[in-house]
Design a protein around this ligand. Structure first.
Ligand code: ADP
Ligand code: ZN
Length: 217
């Protein structure tokens, strides 16, 4: 099974992916996570990615498409959960070509719907452990000791792109570049909307129900 989760920044794509990983053997493919790992290791790709991500802009499609192809090509028979990719219509078209070439099938695209004010609350309060990636929130889920990770004692920081200016830029990028994807997949009959205001577990359960219903058809 191959599944794409789309939604605004802060819609909770990563949290839902965590639930999927816990409950199935799906491979979580997050381009954001890939870029963050490269940035942490200061690789050439990481430095390039940082020059876009820090400003809330998208990394160029050609770079991102290449990364995905290299991963899929190694294991085309796996089940993938795409999180944060595709993010532009160009990426979606490219993914379609890659999947065709590798004999893969896209089963479902879930649009996680959340309101803008919730997104801003989630992102501006989000903090993340620099070492292990555990996600916190200053109000909903603060670490027990200020600035220190509960899991690994690492430093808990704010992502460069969670600063206010970058959040605004990301929401604009979403409107202009990512939202057209919704219509693209709607036209293909692959799109289903899911309420993103609920917990990640409930979102997961909704998606599983949709998948079950689709199978029954
Ligand atoms: P969010 O969905 O919360 O914005 P992500 O972790 O998915 O966070 O992405 C963080 C940043 O990484 C994005 O703002 C963008 O700059 C870059 N990025 C991630 N995925 C892509 C992609 N598919 N294409 C281009 N840039 C991407
Ligand atoms: Zn940690």
């Amino acid at each position: 099974m191959n599944l794409i989760i789309v939604g605004k920044p802060g819609a909770g794509k990563g949290s839902v992916a965590e639930v999927f990983k816990e409950k199935s053997d799906i491979i979580h493919l997050s381009t954001g996570d890939i870029f963050r790992k490269e940035m942490k290791e200061h690789t050439t790709l990481g430095e390039l990615a940082l020059s876009y991500i820090g400003k809330g802009q998208l990394v160029p499609d050609s770079v991102t498409n290449d990364i995905i192809y290299k991963i899929l090509e190694k294991n085309p028979s796996g089940s993938y959960l795409f999180d944060g990719y595709p993010r532009t219509v160009n990426q979606a078209e490219c993914l379609e070509q890659m999947m065709e070439k590798l004999n893969m099938k896209l089963d479902l695209v879930c649009d996680l719907e959340v309101k803008d004010d919730l997104v801003i609350f989630r992102l501006s309060g989000r903090r993340v452990c620099k070492s292990c990636g555990t996600i916190y929130h200053v109000i909903n889920h603060p670490p027990k000791k200020d600035g220190i990770c509960d899991v690994c004692n690492g430093e808990v920081i704010q992502r460069a792109d969670d600063k206010e200016e970058a959040i605004k830029a990301r929401l604009n990028v979403y409107q202009n570049q990512t939202k057209p994807l919704i219509d693209y997949y709607k036209a293909k009959g692959l799109l289903r909307s899911v309420d993103g205001d609920q917990s990640a577990l409930d979102v997961y359960l909704d998606i599983m129900e949709i998948l079950d219903n689709e199978k029954g058809r």
